[in-house]
Ligand binder design. Structure first.
Ligand SMILES: C=CC1=C(C)c2cc3[nH]c(cc4nc(cc5[nH]c(cc1n2)c(C)c5CCC(=O)O)C(CCC(=O)O)=C4C)c(C)c3C=C
Ligand SMILES: [Fe+2]
Ligand SMILES: [Fe+2]
Length: 332
């Protein structure tokens, strides 16, 4: 008799697993956990493309001694009873997708940095009998700093397995009709619920060093295309901007904060949203909804609204289900 290794399922019912992956977030809105999270995230050489010999002394000597306290304060302003918004929403998305897909599929979720880790989530799915796993990085626009790092982490984990599951990856969906339709429905409903009529819609994407565009990263072009398709779908102009600048290098422009100041000065009525984020997080709830509003109002702007991400809303879940089902169809 051949003994079954403990990591192999006792009941060989081959199932399909789906693993939703988002960026990652600290375990608590306190300097210690934020420091641990930032150390892992900012040590990824796809995120900060500066040679380690130069970057690690700056990271460990300066950034990890100053930023955690400031960032922890920002996290504390958006933290919920269920924890970090990014983790709480990703968990809810996984739950809703599980309910939509039924028992033949096992849906789980993980964070690229911090917890729950990708490796542990893959092991759990395999342990539940999933020999085929769809990895879904929840980034509509491809970027080496986000999408590619998920593939790196999955590959690094599989390098340690004897019996690897078979994988698929959800492609970037920046121009997918299901994504554009979900965004259009969400923005239109958000605008309709406001107590003022915005004359300017701003799509704010996470920024990247401009250099990455010249090096061939498709991120910038995919952001521009998403915004254009959304604008066509809702039949009105959408201004594009890039937020969350980090460090001294030149980042993609226009910068969201500078744009909001100008729109405030011009007395525009603004609704801003973040189509590149599949879940609300620090960068949307604190940077846009709180600080963006302050910047706009400091420039004498009056009417400002932040419209939430797709999250686990009905249009957001309809989109995720459609994208995932299309990939799974290749396995049936
Ligand atoms: C060089 C630094 C950074 C790059 C490049 C970068 C790219 C990038 N990030 C996201 C999505 C998210 N980033 C988030 C937080 C965050 N991002 C950076 C830096 C870079 N991001 C930092 C230092 C932080 C932490 C918070 C802070 O200290 O300001 C988050 C939110 C996480 C959360 O816990 O809520 C997301 C999501 C994308 C999509 C992207 C490139 C396209
Ligand atoms: Fe970021
Ligand atoms: Fe930020």
């Amino acid at each position: 008799m051949i003994e079954r290794p403990p990591s192999h399922p006792a009941v060989p019912a081959p199932r399909i697993g789906v693993l939703l992956v988002n960026l990652g977030t600290p375990d608590a809105p306190e300097p210690g956990p934020v420091r641990r999270y930032l150390r892992e995230f900012l040590s990824d050489r796809r995120v900060v493309e500066i040679p380690s010999l130069l970057w690690q002394p700056i990271l460990r000597g300066i950034i990890l001694n100053t930023r955690p306290k400031k960032s922890a304060h920002a996290y504390a302003q958006v933290w919920t009873d269920e924890g970090s918004p990014l983790a709480a929403i990703t968990r809810r998305q996984a739950g809703a997708l599980q309910a939509a897909l039924g028992d033949d599929v096992r849906v789980s979720w993980a964070m690229r940095y911090g917890a729950p880790a990708i490796g542990g989530a893959i092991d759990e799915l395999v342990g539940e009998g999933c020999r085929r796993i769809l990895i879904a990085p929840l980034y509509p626009q491809y970027c080496a700093a986000t999408t590619a790092t998920v593939v790196d982490a999955v590959g690094a984990h599989l390098a340690r397995l004897r019996w690897q599951p078979t994988l698929r990856f959800l492609p970037p969906y920046h121009d997918d009709p299901a994504y554009i339709a979900a965004l259009a429905a969400s923005v239109e409903a958000g605008v309709a619920a406001l107590d003022f009529a915005p004359d300017t819609l701003v799509a704010s994407f996470h920024g990247m060093p401009e250099r990455t565009l010249h090096l061939g990263d498709p991120y910038h072009c995919q952001c521009v295309k998403s915004a254009r398709l959304l604008s066509e779908a809702i039949g009105r102009p959408v201004e594009i901007a890039f937020q969350s600048r980090f460090g001294r290098a030149k980042w993609l422009e226009p910068a969201t904060d500078a744009l909001l100041e100008r729109l405030g000065r011009e007395g525009r009525r603004v609704a801003i949203f973040a189509p590149g984020f599949s879940a609300d997080c620090l960068e949307t709830l604190e940077e846009l909804a709180i600080r963006g509003k302050e910047q706009f109002e400091a420039a004498c702007g009056r009417d400002f609204a932040y419209l939430g991400c797709l999250n686990d809303t009905p249009p957001g879940m309809a989109m995720l289900e459609a994208l995932v089902r299309r990939e799974l169809a290749g396995w049936h």
